[in-house]
Design a protein around this ligand. Sequence first.
Ligand code: FRU
Length: 528
Amino acid sequence: MFKNIKLRALWFILVVMSIIIVALFALIFPGLNKSVEQEQSPYYNEPFRPQYHFTPEANWMNDPNGMVYYEGEYHLFYQYHPYGTRWGPMHWGHAVSKDLVHWEHLPVALQPDEHGYIFSGSAVVDWNNTSGLGTDPKHPPLVAIFTHSKDKQIQSIAYSNDKGRTWEKYAGNPIMPNPPNVDWRDPKVFWHEETRQWVMILAAGEKAMLYTSSNLKDWTYVSEFGKPNGAPDGVWECPDLFSLPVDGDPNKKKWVLAVSINNGSIAGGSGMQYFVGNFDGKTFTNDNPANTTLWADYGADFYAGVTWSDDPNHKSSRLWLAWMSNWQYANDTPTSTWRSAFSLVRKIELKTLPEGIRMVQTPVPQLKQLRHLTKSISDQLVQPGINQLDDINGETLEIVAEFQVDQSTTADEFGFKVRKGERNETIVGFGRQNGTLFVDRTRSGISDFHGDFAKRHEAPLTVQNNKVTMHIFVDRSSVEVFGNEGERVITDQIFPDASATGLELYTAGGNVTLNSLHIYSLDKVWKK
Ligand code: FRU
């Protein structure tokens, strides 16, 4: 071979050059190998498995619990059945995050015991070791306050002195052994600085009950708040109570009482409402007439949302997330090895809108790290029958759009069709006639597991300064829509065909101008 010396030299040069080219390619495009690897990895890649929302590795999850920030980590505990994909003996699953986007799974934190299952509850940093459960003056203990449920519902506590890695149940449990009500659960505790005491709010049937304590162990009943305030139906669950500045003004503070109700929510089944008012350390008073109902989310899949405690990074807002399901069908959704996801982490603020002081929610900015810009459009007329996005495919998308809605607008309806395929589409739109933002999941995919799933969910939305904005997150089996910078939110699960990855920008009945549009594909956050 290669008797000819010139040929041999040529061959050598060719081989060396190929090696250099391959090496350069790998250096310049390191992501290519990785994304192929990621796509092929079966980890977090089952049908419908969310790619950037929180889900447990396996099995059943419902409410978020014990949300607390401690020494650089956001803790997220959750109602968890480690041995099945349906609701069962409740444990507290556990994960932590530094950026509210990537989560590290940790071992189960709390297991059922002789007092019963571990139902929902909260966690706080006991800064001054009021409980006496701390062991290291430099690192105060974390204390979890939760419901034990067996033949009755009672309240108990557990503590951790190692950054939440291991938990000890308090020897004196239950700390509140005498239920005044059959339903008596989901304690949310916070430190009330003005009266220098701990306050607990918990759900008791059709109301919330409030207690105070100096040491997290001995609690005194102080007041209650409930129906006829708010939505008329349903049992109250998972309440939360926190203060926020109005319009960012630290001198104008209001209190928000948020509560989940099951059933009777705006989109059917379970959902969340909130009240705006005042709290003096003992009693919450509602600013609005009792029959005013304020919905935290107008979709069917936003439940048991509670806010993070002790978060130094958000002094004039609160962060929360919620269980992205509905008790109507939570046990029957068509996922395989796990069941249920949490919503994105949202920032809550209070703003003065024309109708009054309202909660405004926006996705946390940390999510921007997942973006890959796919398409930008500005100042375009959108006409019926022409899809300007027919070159885009995706099942993990973020869509940021601003429409001009004025005298020149002739469209009755406009928006996006996401997860569009031969048989499916989920419509996210604005109806001009009645001023509604909506998600229509009547043709979104599998829905036969519950008769009420295939529905359209609407939220009132006012055109402001001739504009309507939509901020949409699609993650395989969910759609979250923030209308007009978070004034209205709709959160819905969907279960489309795997092949339904199309996207359409649509208008019906006439034209509308699209001021700006940015479409991003979003990265997967789950790696082994
Ligand atoms: C809300 C809820 C809570 C209870 C928990 C049980 O979804 O019913 O009231 O503590 O779930 O898993």
